[in-house]
Write a protein that binds this ligand. Structure first.
Ligand code: GSH
Length: 202
């Protein structure tokens, strides 16, 4: 298996954590999707990482689809419950965490535009989604070991990768002080080798 990924992508990190937890071997192909010369469009018409080239030659994107494909490989532990409704609950929390990251990416991209093109209203709208998503996630994990059910799932992986990316890109936003319960909950996840090995480079 080949995973085409940037080392800072939280979406790619979800897959790297999942593969590491299962002990599945793969080749990491580092790619910068923002480089106009990047071949990523050959693997994902949307030009985004991650994309996975499976051993049978099929290509999968985006991260929730790749994660579900990996769950079909019969390699324990499993990160989606067998019960379809319980699995949907996991997927919803994953969508919430991914959505926070998506909104954060829009804030980051806005800040990289020329000053006169930036919109404070747009930035505030997107940051509002980050904050309301983090509030919901903090309430969700309060007093719980795992975000959904009684085992680690894609929900936990997505929350951990989202938080790691927010701290990387918004180090001065004071998020750990604003969301102390969520920060403490994620800190425990970060002790796992799968998260420690995939920490994004500065
Ligand atoms: N929904 C996608 C999001 C992937 C995504 O936004 N990847 C970013 C890197 S973190 C990217 O490749 N951006 C390049 C672009 O938008 O052109 C997933 O879950 O895989």
């Amino acid at each position: 298996m080949q995973l085409i990924a940037s080392l800072t992508s939280p979406f790619a990190r979800k897959i790297r954590v999942q593969l590491a937890e299962k002990g599945l071997p793969f080749v990491l192909v580092p790619e910068n999707p923002h480089d106009p010369a990047s071949p990523i469009g050959r693997f994902n018409p949307l030009g985004k990482v991650p994309a996975l080239v499976a051993d049978d030659g099929r290509t999968w994107f985006d991260s929730p689809v790749i994660a579900e494909y990996i769950e079909t490989l019969s390699a324990a532990p499993f990160f989606l419950p067998a019960d379809r409704l319980a699995a949907l609950e996991v997927r919803q929390v994953e969508a919430l965490a991914d959505g926070v990251t998506d909104a954060g990416i829009l804030v980051l991209m806005e800040s990289r535009r020329a000053a006169e093109q930036q919109s404070e209203a747009w930035r505030a709208r997107q940051w509002g989604k980050v904050e309301s998503g983090l509030n919901a996630l903090q309430s969700l994990v309060a007093g719980r070991t795992w975000a959904v059910g009684d085992a680690m799932s894609l929900a936990d992986i997505a929350i951990g990768c989202m938080w790691g990316w927010l701290l990387l890109r918004f180090p001065h936003a004071g998020l750990p002080a604003q969301y102390p319960a969520l920060a403490a909950w994620v800190e425990r996840l970060m002790q796992r080798p799968s998260f420690a090995q995939t920490h994004p480079p500065a």
